[in-house]
Design a protein around this ligand. Structure first.
Ligand code: KG4
Ligand code: ZN
Length: 334
């Protein structure tokens, strides 16, 4: 059986990324140009600025990914690109580059769901075992998905308001930390010796949904109340309390779902899966339950194109192809 080489392209948010992956499991090259430094000045992602950066970077990033891989375009089997969800202007830059590259080199093109990409980042570490539970926690998503096979995604729970990463970024802002706030809150939380008590929204007894906006409001109110009393805020204790609430609800619901669906494996994915507190809480909880748990290294948790190539390889092998008329789908469903 001959090897399959897929070029992955990802531009759904603020990273311009391209990567070549072999057989869906081996990273041959992985290039990520981050706009974080530029978006920091605005305290978040400004869609117009994101698109402009992608336009400037995309050709160089793709060229670098091919160069690093020491592959000629004709040695590739297909181009996989994030089709959605994401910022439409940002998505279109990657999609148009993918179309042009695919057309010029007579390659098929495959549109990949961004979250399927995050999940398949795990395939770069080890083969998936089904049924599996995927906990996806990123800046735009908080979801639990059951996979009974490749390409099959059953959504069993999701956030009803803010995504976990969004809550992290907003709390970071309240604490005066730079964008993206998740890693800074994580660091403060781990350094703290005490934690402010914040509520957890458990929702209905059987629900696998999440809600983080109440928790975020509690942090904001806590700060206001302190300010009115003229007291100073212990940022570490606030970060620790906030993180404790987020980590606890994610861990408890993930364990409950893993047991109910009798899964063989649990994987975490998305930017917030880079969180040290969450990683260790999930590791400990699933070790206790004797359920295999894995999470990719931090660089493969946040947005990258290797994960898109990995998911695209699976689709390629099962015969999925997209039209060259493919469009960006900002609200694409998994
Ligand atoms: O997956 P990602 O790179 O982009 C989206 O698809 O959204 O996730 C970005 C999110 C941001 O909200 C960022 O603050 C959060 O992931 N994040 C973290 C950590 N590292 C990144 N949140 C908590 N702790 C971290 N260590
Ligand atoms: Zn993402």
């Amino acid at each position: 059986k001959r090897d399959v080489y897929i070029l992955g392209i990802e531009t759904s948010c603020d990273e311009t990324a391209a990567s070549v992956v072999k057989n869906g499991s081996e990273i041959i090259s992985n290039v990520v140009a981050s706009q974080i430094e530029s978006q920091k000045r605005f305290g978040g992602v400004v869609p117009e600025i994101a698109s402009r950066h992608h336009v400037e970077e995309i050709t160089l990033v793709i060229e670098k990914a091919l160069q690093d891989a020491e592959l000629a375009p004709e040695e590739l089997d297909a181009v996989a690109v994030t089709e959605g969800p994401g910022l439409v202007g940002a998505l279109l830059v990657g999609i148009n580059a993918a179309k042009a590259f695919a057309f010029a080199n007579s390659l098929p093109i495959i549109g990949v769901h961004h979250i399927a990409g995050h999940i398949y980042a795990n395939q770069l570490m080890q083969p998936m075992e089904f049924p599996l539970l995927a906990l996806i926690v990123s800046g735009g998503h908080t979801e639990m998905v059951i996979m009974k096979d490749h390409g099959s995604f059953e959504l069993i729970g999701e956030t009803r308001d803010d995504a976990a990463g969004e809550a992290y970024d907003k709390v970071a802002r309240v604490l005066g930390l730079p964008y993206p706030g998740g890693p800074h809150v994580d660091q403060l939380a781990l350094a703290s010796t005490s934690a402010v008590e914040f509520p957890i929204a458990w929702l209905e007894k059987d629900s696998y949904d999440f809600s983080f906006s109440g928790l975020k409001s509690s942090v904001i109110n806590y700060k206001h109340n302190l300010e009115q009393r003229g007291e100073t805020l212990d940022a570490e204790a606030v970060a620790a309390g906030f993180q404790k609430s987020v980590v606890e609800v994610l861990t408890v619901k993930a364990v409950k779902a893993a047991k109910e669906y009798n899964v063989k494996q649990v994987i975490a994915a998305g930017g917030v899966a880079a969180n040290k507190g969450l990683r260790s809480s999930l590791e400990v909880a699933f070790a206790q339950e004797d359920i295999p748990f894995s999470v990719p290294p931090i660089s493969l948790c946040t947005d990258n194109a290797a994960m898109i190539a990995a998911a695209g390889t699976q689709m390629f092998l099962s015969g999925v192809r997209s039209e060259l008329s493919m469009n960006g789908r900002p609200g694409m469903q998994l």
